[in-house]
Write a protein that binds this ligand. Structure first.
Ligand code: DLL
Length: 440
């Protein structure tokens, strides 16, 4: 699909500046952020003290790579507020995302953080061809997940009409698109595909629909899926990337020219790409793990956050006129985090839930596949021999209990299938708990 609309640049002064100007502005902000974290967060002070680094030692950009990384573990260990850099009465919003185990990781926003976030979103949605006056229908949930509120306020800020439908109830989404003349749909790509298929079954004519742009993100959008959504739903499908730890959505977005890469909002984020083994920076354009430092974060500043996302970043100017760096689509991670319908799930969370349930054996397999475009999560679980009975009612009650506990922890539905003791294949080497059958 072509996007005929004019695609003005949100802020030419920052998005079209020379590379030197961009890096110079980033360096000035990095100095501020490093001092902010050092002076206000004991954990950061201890990290920097441990290597004898004072914020004043940042004399040039290259010095920044001497700083230690921050990872999910640091956020987990400091749950919930120990990494906050402002008094809690200056925090006006909390969001959270799954931790590897037990507790989630929590981030906070001051009024100014929300304003910066709004600006990032305005930049990336305008890249995608969204203009003031567009009618934007939200299919992300409005909850602790950053996707709903983040994109909501950014789209409102740009002057769009927000339709806060929220997640779920697919038929109602289709009705709203038709009745309200929705022009932009915000969703995970897999949920967009599902909406498309449900519409087709209802006999909805996507070609005649008002829908023009898909603002998708929160999970990888493989090229095949993108192509399929564009052809069947007749929308211009754009992908945007972000993560809770550094802000939420709004880190990078796809413009109308560079369809396989995403412009990083460099006014807000300093990016580095490192070799995931040596953790040393790699030359521009070389694949590696993305490391991000938000440049304006007051409530929860983060220095050198290891995203675990694998990508490559190039800095040549883009045909759209922007000079901001572009990252390749993220297709894989260096850890075992799974993204199920936009929700982050770690196999270790299954482990923790099962460990606490009497009768659940340590032998299980997590199977992920797609049905009608939607990810489906199934747990095949062996029951311990002492617990296994022929009573259907007992086993069904047990199955339900496992499913409910998993749902409570993971925030996504899991179909639990019980199997007899000894049925899950034992492996000789590393046990493979996850069988991801999704087509990529
Ligand atoms: O998914 C933020 C977001 C919401 C981005 C809505 C875009 C739209 P988390 O729940 O913390 O935050 O998950 C972050 O999801 O490290 C990636 O592995 C993955 N991810 C997010 N967007 C994309 C994308 C939000 N467009 C983690 N392509 C990240 C590939 C993505 N992976």
């Amino acid at each position: 699909m072509s996007q005929e609309n004019a695609n003005p640049i949100f802020d030419p002064a920052t998005e079209c500046a020379s590379r030197d100007e961009i890096r110079a502005r980033q360096f000035a902000r990095l100095k501020e952020q490093t001092a902010w974290a050092y002076e206000r967060v004991p954990w950061y002070r201890a990290q920097l003290d441990a290597i004898g680094f004072l914020p004043g030692d940042l004399k040039e950009l290259a010095d920044f790579s001497a700083l230690p990384f921050t990872d999910k573990g640091a956020l987990r260990d400091n749950y919930p507020y120990d990494l906050f850099a402002v008094p809690l009465d200056e925090v006006v919003r909390l969001h959270a995302s799954s931790g590897t185990t037990g507790k989630p990781i929590v981030v906070g926003y001051t009024q100014n953080d929300l304003e910066q976030w709004r600006r990032s979103i305005m930049a990336i949605i305008q890249m995608a061809g969204v203009v003031p006056g567009d009618r934007v229908q939200m299919a992300f949930g409005y909850g602790m997940f950053t996707g709903g509120f983040g994109l909501h306020y950014g789209a409102e800020g740009l002057g769009c009409m927000m339709i806060p439908a929220g997640s779920g109830n697919t038929e109602r989404h289709i009705m709203m698109i038709e009745d309200y003349g929705t022009t932009v749909l915000v969703a995970t790509p897999s949920y967009a595909m599902h909406i498309c298929e449900v519409g087709e079954h209802m006999g909805y004519d996507w070609e005649a629909s008002s829908l023009r742009v898909g603002l998708f993100g929160g999970e990888p959008c493989p090229p095949k899926l993108k192509e399929e959504i564009e052809t069947r739903m007749h929308v211009f499908c754009t992908d945007n990337y972000g993560l809770t730890e550094v802000m939420g959505p709004g880190v990078s977005g796809e413009c109308l020219v560079s369809r396989h890469q995403q412009h990083i909002v460099e006014e807000q984020f300093y990016w580095e790409v490192v070799d995931p083994d040596t953790l040393r920076p790699v030359p521009d354009g070389t694949p590696g793990e993305l490391v991000l430092t938000p440049l304006h974060k007051e409530a929860t500043p983060v220095l050198r956050y290891r995203t675990r996302d694998l990508t490559r970043v190039v800095t040549e100017p883009c045909g759209c006129g922007r000079t901001t760096a572009r990252m390749d689509k993220v297709r894989s991670r260096t850890d075992d985090m799974l993204i199920i319908r936009g929700t982050n799930v770690f196999p270790s969370q299954f482990e923790d839930v099962l460990h606490a349930i009497e009768g659940a054996s340590p032998h299980y397999r997590i199977v992920i596949d797609n049905e009608a475009g939607l990810d489906r999560l199934t747990l095949q679980l062996e029951v311990t021999s002492g617990f296994f009975t022929d009573s259907y009612a007992d086993m069904e009650a047990f199955r339900r209990q496992v499913a409910e506990r998993l749902h409570g922890t993971l925030q996504v539905g899991v179909e639990v299938r019980l199997v007899e003791p000894g049925r899950i294949e034992r492996s000789v080497g590393k046990t493979k708990h996850v069988d991801d059958r999704r087509v990529r």
